[in-house]
Design a binder for this molecule. Structure first.
Ligand code: H79
Length: 416
């Protein structure tokens, strides 16, 4: 039989129903506190950067605390950096000595997270960098005499490890191949020495982990073997970050990844945090577009999730505990999203997520007949007024949620 080329239907259904995940960017860069691109941005030589490994001692790291936070936040999966562009492996790989188990810390945090995830019913997946700013076969082929094929052996071998060492995983999340972007002389060392042999890479993942999705953050329409279209720092169809020129594929599985502040890796001076309200609205908008939200935390070098980030996640989790029915297991809404409200849908039930505090909200694209509406949390009736193809909901003053109020619309209509 041919090797499977996509995720199993069960794996995909699980992933899409999950809707909310925790992204974790954690590596040596946390020590410098200036984000995960510090090695490139400040042109730190690989030899010098490697000195950070001698200082890495995240003694406060507690896998259970991280996973429990994700669970409390209502996040159903975690995606952690196994190796970022700096080339340092955050797990006990047999394919490199440049790894966390060779530091004084000596532990494998990914093994500890995998065990904690099993305990808390959260799935674990791995970010894998295709780009490597220090690997002799990626950046220094001339100096080392190594070949591109040596890098492919390393990359494919690491992915095989991640698919075999840590139990059933949620996903492999690739990053660092951006075919649409042009490189200047300044970042010439980003350019790969050849193709990544995606067909072999993806079919290996789908064979070893049939329920895991493959996402490649190429900022482009998914290739065969890629299961999810990803959007970086933008909702589907938006392009404020400048990366997301390719629009969403209609009706296809989507995921938005986003930071809580303005950096992925730990940044000491970045206090520009989104509020819990903004985060709930982003989650609601993503769900209404049919997309998951993978929300990032950048733990500090001592191994703690930054308290200000954790506090916001707990507030989102408290909101989800009351309103998660409108998010988990839903699909894109049938009403046109507005600045005031977005919708999700499960069969004949529509969830209207009201994002402002106004008493009325108007939606275009009303289903025909037999509509009734009430607040999700306490069943207080909501008045519906029709005007052509639009409906206006008049919400009660009691029972409003300061983050977002959910109205349940039931209709007799079948399918659409
Ligand atoms: O892991 C996080 C980031 O480190 C990584 N993706 C998220 C999930 C990331 N950061 N920036 N980007 C991805 C976008 C890439 C921008 C680029 Fe360029 C523009 C790459 C090529 C052109 C500027 C010019 C940076 C390098 C060359």
């Amino acid at each position: 039989m041919d090797a499977p080329m996509q995720v199993s239907p069960e794996g995909l259904a699980w992933f899409e129903a999950a809707r909310f995940g925790m992204f974790i960017h954690w590596g040596l860069y946390a020590l410098l506190g200036r984000g995960e691109w510090v090695m490139h941005n400040e042109r730190i030589a690989p030899q010098e950067y490697a000195g950070l490994a001698e200082r890495f001692s995240p003694t406060a790291f507690d896998a259970d605390a991280w996973v429990k936070l994700a669970a409390d936040a209502g996040q159903r999966y975690i995606v952690i950096t196994s190796r970022h562009h700096d080339g340092f492996s955050m797990y006990d790989t047999a394919l490199s000595n440049y790894k966390i188990t060779n530091t004084a810390f000596g532990r494998d945090p990914i093994a500890e997270l995998a065990a904690a995830c099993t305990r808390h019913g959260v799935k674990l997946g791995f970010y894998v960098s295709l780009l490597d700013w220090r690997h002799p076969a990626y950046r220094f082929r001339r100096e080392s005499g190594q070949h591109w094929a040596d890098y492919l052996t390393f990359l494919h071998g690491q992915v095989r490890e991640l698919c075999t060492k840590y139990g059933e995983i949620a996903c492999i999340w690739f990053d660092g191949d951006w075919p649409h972007h042009t490189f200047t002389a300044d970042d010439a060392y980003f350019v790969p020495g050849g193709p990544f042999r995606y067909k072999a890479l993806y079919s290996m993942i789908h064979t070893l982990q049939p329920n895991a999705v493959v996402l490649n953050n190429r900022h482009a329409t998914p290739l065969p073997g890629e299961d999810i279209q990803g959007f970086e720092q933008d909702l589907p169809g938006q392009n404020t970050a400048g990366f997301n020129v390719t629009g969403p594929q209609v009706g296809k599985p989507l995921e938005v990844c986003m930071t809580i502040n303005d950096h992925w890796g730990y940044h000491r001076a970045d206090t520009n945090l989104k509020s819990a309200r903004q985060l709930v609205h982003t989650l609601a908008r993503a769900a209404s577009d049919g997309a998951n939200l993978l929300l990032n935390v950048g733990p500090s070098p001592d191994g703690k999730i930054v308290p200000e980030q954790a506090a916001r996640l707990r507030k989102v989790g408290a909101w989800l505990a009351r309103n998660g029915t409108a998010i988990y297991g839903t699909r894109a809404g049938s009403f046109i999203p507005t600045t005031d409200a977005v919708t999700t849908r499960r069969d004949n039930t529509h969830y209207v997520l009201v994002l402002n505090d106004a008493q009325t909200v108007t939606l275009q694209g009303a289903p025909p007949a037999g509509l009734n509406a009430q607040l999700l949390t306490d069943g207080i009736p909501v008045t519906i007024t029709r005007n052509g193809n639009a409906i206006t909901l008049t919400l009660p003053t009691a029972g409003r949620d300061s983050l977002a109020t959910v109205v349940v619309l039931n209709t007799e209509e079948t399918g659409r």
